[in-house]
Ligand binder design. Structure first.
Ligand code: AP5
Length: 211
């Protein structure tokens, strides 16, 4: 199974990718998670990209393509992968086409989780992440400051401030939305309604994967 999850920031790509990982036993490759881990470690890469992430802008295509190509060659990607947050620009999509060609033929599906912008602002200002296990939640579901899964401390992502969210949406519409046409032309594009509850979105994704 080789899937690209498309969608605005906060559409639910990470939430669905985690469910898909369990169901289909393929890894989630989230370029956002990879970059945030580097920022947390304060590695040279992390120091290079921190300001870009905090502003909600995009890291360079060249850097992202290098990270993804290395990751796709790891052993656990042999039976498939879920790309979450990549590609985000037409040059990244073209770069991915080249990588996949070098890796051999594969059946690819690009699934957009569609949610309108105002719902996104509400979701993301309410999002909290567990510092211990990484589980995502929302203050609308769990108003406490502790994770319901492991008891770890919940925190708000630096880029989940309203002003930054609106900039991330602008960046998405300018740079990433054109990928919908790109994958429609390749005949691999599918859309699911991301405004439904999490399990209903997952059921729609499963129908697309099994089709
Ligand atoms: P990244 O981490 O990829 O952020 P994003 O695309 O903005 O996506 P999010 O993680 O915010 O949202 P999501 O769609 O995963 O939603 P989630 O499941 O969390 O990127 C961060 C930054 O890294 C970028 O801004 C950029 O700087 C850089 N970057 C990353 N990749 C890059 C690339 N390829 N090129 C260049 N730069 C790159 O859900 C959100 C909330 O909604 C949660 O609280 C969740 O509980 C809730 N929720 C989920 N589903 C539902 C539902 N169905 N109903 C109600 N609530 C729901």
């Amino acid at each position: 199974m080789h899937v690209i999850l498309l969608g605005t920031p906060g559409a639910g790509k990470g939430t669905q990718a985690k469910l898909m990982m369990v169901q289909y036993r393929v890894p989630q490759i989230s370029t956002g998670d990879i970059l945030r881990a580097e920022v947390k470690k304060a590695s040279p890469l992390g120091r290079q990209v921190k300001a870009v992430l905090d502003a909600g802008e995009l890291v360079s295509d060249e850097l992202i393509l290098k990270i993804v190509e290395n990751r796709l060659h790891e052993r656990d990607c042999r039976n498939g992968f879920i790309l979450d947050g990549f590609p985000r620009t037409i040059p990244q999509a073209q770069g991915l086409d080249g990588i996949l060609k070098r890796m051999g033929e594969m059946d690819l599906k690009a699934i957009e989780i569609a949610v309108e912008d105002e719902a996104i602002v509400k979701r993301l200002t309410a999002r909290r992440v567990c510092a211990e296990c990484g589980q995502m939640t929302s203050v609308l579901i769990n108003p406490k400051d502790r994770c319901e899964n492991c008891g770890g401390k919940l925190f708000q992502r630096d880029d989940d401030k309203e002003e930054t969210i609106r900039n991330r949406l602008r960046v998405y519409h300018e740079n990433t939305a054109p990928l919908i046409g790109y994958y429609q032309q390749q005949g691999v594009y599918h859309m699911v309604n991301g405004l439904q509850p999490v399990d209903a979105v997952f059921a729609e994704i499963q129908r697309v994967i099994n089709s």
